[in-house]
Design a protein around this ligand. Structure first.
Ligand code: G
Ligand code: G
Ligand code: MN
Ligand code: NA
Length: 253
């Protein structure tokens, strides 16, 4: 309860922080950065989301937290340098604010307008459970956002009750292969098989495929051989504070 009150306070006073982790193309250029929330807690140091997202959920604060992250991440990204290259896109995780929310489209559109960022630089990451069983009205509004340039990503694909067959029904342009499978690529036969099947299926359905949690050069090489489009993980960079990320971008490609 104490932590919940402090979190409520932090949300109301911009007391949370975002780190950014690059997603790179086959040639190593930065395509996107995923915003990952942290809480610089006055007595407990920098808290990771695993500690306070459950508190947020418990206190009905997750939707408010997602809104804060969305607004803050888009504003930050609007100011990213792009010397001699394509502007880098920004990816935001949404768990409390989901497409079925009656205000979803307005909230997203307002955040984009407020940040003055172009629509095609915005990626919204959702877990599969937020993307199934959507009423057609909701799908239509998602299509409307996609029509204006937004991309949706299915996060942690391959976990939960996901099956390859339902990939074709998911309204997402990007598939993020969960790091659970990526970690075994190159040494565990079943993990490699799952990763390969997801990549093949994603390609067959015209989706972009991102591998998460890439930690070794071997994983990168094997995944590249499978035809993965983009890569995220410690091999390339840890999530870093905004200033540091801006400095990396300022160096150019
Ligand atoms: O940042 P880290 O790798 O520790 O993230 C742990 C978990 O927290 C991941 O599942 C990630 O998706 C989630 N997470 C990180 N930042 C956000 C955020 O801004 N909003 C939501 N809803 N989840 C987040
Ligand atoms: O669930 P989601 O994919 O949004 O969460 C991303 C999480 O993965 C964050 O907690 C981030 O810090 C973590 N992460 C990012 N890259 C790596 C990596 O290479 N290895 C591991 N173990 N975790 C990673
Ligand atoms: Mn994510
Ligand atoms: Na993930």
């Amino acid at each position: 309860v104490h932590l919940e009150g402090q979190l409520r306070d932090a949300l109301a006073h911009d007391g949370l922080a975002l780190h950014f982790q690059p997603v790179v193309g086959v040639d190593g250029s930065v395509l996107t950065a995923e915003a990952l929330v942290r809480w610089p807690h006055p007595d407990r140091g920098l808290l990771p989301p695993d500690i306070f997202l459950p508190v947020a959920e418990q206190g009905d604060l997750l939707r408010e937290l997602d809104r804060w992250v969305l607004r803050t991440a888009l504003k930050e990204a609007a100011g990213w340098p792009s010397p001699g290259g394509q502007p880098v896109s920004v990816a935001v995780n949404l768990a409390g604010l989901v497409p079925g929310d009656p205000e979803f489209v307005d909230i997203v559109a307002n955040a984009i307008a407020e940040a003055d960022i172009s629509w095609d630089r915005v990626v919204l990451e959702l877990v599969e459970t937020s993307l199934v069983d959507l009423p057609s009205r909701v799908r239509q509004s998602m299509d409307e956002l996609v029509g204006r340039g937004i991309r949706f990503a299915v996060d942690d694909f391959g976990t939960g009750y996901s099956s390859l067959a339902r990939l074709k029904d998911l309204p997402a342009q990007i598939i993020k292969v969960d790091r659970r499978f990526v970690s075994g690529v190159g040494n565990d036969f079943s993990d490699s098989a799952v990763a390969n099947a997801v990549v093949d299926m994603a390609r067959a359905m015209g989706r972009q495929c991102v591998a998460e949690g890439v930690e070794t050069a071997t994983q990168f090489h094997v995944l590249r051989g499978m035809g993965v489009d983009a890569y995220q993980g410690w091999l390339f960079s840890r999530p870093v504070p905004p200033k540091e990320f801006r400095a990396v971008l300022a160096l150019g490609p």
